[in-house]
Design a binder for this molecule. Structure first.
Ligand SMILES: Nc1ncnc2c1ncn2[C@@H]1O[C@H](COP(=O)(O)OP(=O)(O)OP(=O)(O)O)[C@@H](O)[C@H]1O
Length: 252
């Protein structure tokens, strides 16, 4: 059984069918990319997967559990966490405090005045481990809002990792990044594979073709095709869709 399945999802906005009977699956340890030209319906689909939007028909299953009726926070508890295009960090807080808040939120404890010291130090250790995982171990005392854009996106990923997701939804993680920052994000996503599956929505084709095990191509709300990077690169219909809009040329 696949870790994650979308079955026959439909979403209409008036007369427009933004998601038209979409089905896809993500396996354990897989990096699955969702690509498609502007307006193809990627955001609408991801909003239904994360629980921001309710579909008109179809189901979303995680680990065999039908999570379609669940609100976003309950999906997080089931193991599905999303990083947004816009970061959700607390800009006035330090990196450490951002991470502590995230770790604490998922630990079931709270920062009470008389909290046992061992419990509090455990949260600090977890926060520091997360910082190290995304390369921010030397920025723990810095104000999050003062970090460069790329580092803020890394922090956002670390906040998502605090929930220990089974499936991480990354919504354009490279958006607004310079080449160096994109490289760091690619390395980070590659390293996540051993602990979780990733559903990646990204316009940076070089990153997509480098990272993805499989790619689903969305066009006019439908899955045109799904396959390995090589299959997608050589697919005549995919090439036709992208010709004149975005290019599928990659260094891979
Ligand atoms: N709330 C809404 N009400 C009406 N139409 C909508 C709404 N949200 C999206 N749409 C329409 O649904 C279609 C799919 O939009 P969506 O934003 O999901 O595409 P996308 O693939 O994410 O595009 P982009 O890559 O530009 O972000 C578009 O035609 C869009 O205009």
């Amino acid at each position: 059984m696949s870790l994650f399945q979308v079955e026959g999802l439909v979403k209409r906005f008036g007369g427009l069918v933004a998601t038209d009977h979409v089905s896809l699956s993500v396996e354990r340890g897989e990096i699955h990319a969702l690509i498609g030209p502007n307006g193809a319906g990627k955001t609408t689909l991801v909003n239904q997967i994360s629980g921001l939007l309710q579909p008109d028909a179809g189901r979303v299953l995680l680990d065999g559990v039908d999570i379609t009726p669940l609100p976003m926070h309950r999906r997080v508890a089931h193991g599905l966490t999303r990083c947004f295009q816009v970061t959700r960090i607390f800009p006035a807080q330090t990196v450490r405090d951002n991470l502590l808040l995230a770790v604490q939120a998922h630990s079931g404890s709270s920062f009470r005045f008389l909290q046992p010291r061992s419990q509090a130090s455990d949260l600090y250790v977890k926060a520091e481990q997360l910082a190290e995982r995304v390369g921010l171990q030397h920025s723990l005392a810095e104000t999050a809002g003062a970090l460069p854009h790329g580092a803020q996106r890394m922090l956002d990923v670390a906040l998502a990792l605090a929930a220990a997701p089974k499936l991480l939804l990354l919504d354009e993680p490279m958006a607004g990044m310079g080449p160096g920052e994109s490289q760091q994000m690619v390395h980070l996503i590659e390293a996540l594979r051993k602990d979780m599956a990733v559903l990646l929505i990204e316009h940076d084709m070089e990153a997509v073709f480098r990272l993805a095990d499989r790619i689903s191509v969305l066009v006019y709300g439908r899955v045109l095709t799904a396959g390995t990077p090589d299959e997608i690169r050589n697919h005549p219909e995919v090439q036709a869709v992208y010709l004149g809009t975005e290019t599928l040329e990659t260094t891979a």
